[in-house]
Design a protein around this ligand. Structure first.
Ligand code: ASP
Length: 449
């Protein structure tokens, strides 16, 4: 192609690309909130939403488009870069971290809600009827992990099934690469190189997509607030406060766990901030996967851990959702004027944790889990419909918490495994080398980015 963009727009684009992503995201977030509230106040949703919705949808589509290429390539590269025994050990650690933090989050959400009683004294909405959503049983979820038809699994967006496929093929490739048979070994190494190249390619696309993220962030947040408006959250402010408060508490808990494993917090959150903002606005931990994977790489974690832990976390680890299920169940019980017994609270914890394993990291998935928890203890559906009204706002905080939990688990497990922090080790070494090289009086830092 010989057509060149005009110089002015080219330099404008270059200037845009040179600004750090986090600033673009922050500006987009604030501008989106202001725009959304103004649109709501002016009552011009009908004119604004047809513009905002497609812009936001393109962002969601771009992210979703990357999920499977990312899982398949990074998981195979990850699996083939470590021994099967080591993979098993990492898997057990990751799973244990996810399960324990999810159960803990549910207790935090329940506890804070029981202490602050959100919704007590609130009247029920008219006759809001809502059908209890169908939730797959644990057995169904487990069977669904083994796909009869890989293409169907792709089409249905079954992340666990695709992970299973990539894992099985990755393991077979590991054996092929280590085979005694020279031909098999050669082919295995060749294939591995190709998949490595594909993973590299996917990451280049990820970086490109992230440059569109600020536009998507602006459109998504503006659309939500244009729809609900500031007053809409008024009656449900207490529940919102409990959920957001618990999420903040949980982030502090992650920080403490990270400190326990001697992870530098500045470095962790410096890398985690992009996926946290993305999760907040997209309300999908699966959709945020490309951004969290990029963040894990920036933290220095190797594919051997994140290639497995992040896709798994996006599907089974939902600490923020667990908080929400706990808090919202108490809220529903308060509105219904029912108190929950210790046995019922235990049921909520169990159902909440199990449901989080079977529910995908997509917007609104937590609402399905809430329905499951409330029905399991015989609470009415009408107050759940009330919660559904502000679900988007709660979904933002809980998804951010879900993604932070995935990254914390990934980082913690990586520091318990030797050689799983490639970049960090290298950077640390470089930093030390530079410090040694520069004179003691030199105050100039390495100026990394
Ligand atoms: N949106 C959440 C996520 O993707 C799930 C939920 O609805 O709680 O992690």
């Amino acid at each position: 192609m010989s057509t060149q963009p005009p110089a002015a727009s080219a330099s404008l684009l270059r200037r845009y690309l040179n600004i750090a992503l986090i600033w673009k995201m922050a500006v987009a977030l604030v501008a989106g909130v202001v725009a959304g509230l103004v649109i709501n106040a002016a009552g011009v949703q009908e004119r604004a939403l047809p513009v905002l919705d497609p812009l936001g949808e393109i962002f969601l589509n771009l992210l979703q488009m990357l999920i499977f290429p990312l899982i398949i390539t990074t998981l195979i590269v990850g699996v083939t870069s470590i021994s099967p025994q080591r993979l098993g050990r990492i898997g057990v650690k990751v799973f244990a971290f996810y399960l324990l933090t999810s159960a803990f989050s549910l207790v935090v959400g329940l506890g804070l809600a029981l202490a602050l009683s959100p919704g007590a004294g609130l009247s029920m909405p008219g006759r809001a009827e809502e059908e209890a959503a169908e939730v797959p049983s644990v057995v169904e979820t487990l069977v669904g992990i083994v796909p009869a038809n890989p293409f169907q699994a792709l089409v249905q967006g079954n992340v666990l099934a695709i992970m299973f496929l990539a894992l099985v093929f990755g393991l077979a490739l590991t054996y092929m690469m280590n085979s005694e048979d020279e031909r098999a070994q050669e082919l295995g190494l060749f294939l591995r190189k190709g998949i490595d190249a594909a993973a590299d390619l996917v990451f280049r696309v990820v970086r490109g997509v992230l440059e569109y993220a600020p536009v998507g962030v602006f459109a998504l947040i503006a659309a939500v607030l244009a729809d609900t408006g500031a007053e809409a959250i008024g009656p449900l402010l207490q529940l919102t406060g409990v959920v957001y408060g618990s999420v903040v508490l949980m982030v502090v808990v992650y920080a403490l766990i990270l400190l326990l494993f001697r992870v530098p917090l500045v470095r962790f959150f410096g890398a985690a901030k992009d996926p946290m903002v993305t999760a907040f606005v997209t309300r999908s931990s699966s959709g945020t996967l490309p951004v969290s994977t990029a963040a894990a790489r920036r933290m220095g974690v190797r594919e051997g851990v994140y290639g497995f832990s992040l896709p798994l976390g996006a599907t089974v680890n939902m600490d923020g959702t667990a908080i929400y299920v706990g808090a919202a169940t108490v809220f529903v019980a308060n509105i219904a004027g029912q108190s929950l017994s210790v046995g019922e609270l235990a049921t909520v914890v169990l159902v909440g944790v199990l449901a989080s394993i079977g529910t995908a990291g997509v917007p609104g998935a937590g609402l399905v889990m809430l329905t499951m928890a409330t029905t399991s203890v015989g609470l009415p559906m009408a107050p759940v419909a009330l919660v559904a009204g502000i679900d988007a706002l709660l979904d933002m905080a809980r998804t951010m918490c879900n993604v932070t939990g995935d990254l914390a688990g990934t980082r913690v497990v990586a520091s318990t495994e030797k050689g799983m922090l490639r970049e960090r080790d290298r950077e640390d070494e470089e930093e030390h080398a530079q410090q040694r090289l520069s004179s003691p009086a030199s105050g100039r830092g390495p100026g990394g980015g």
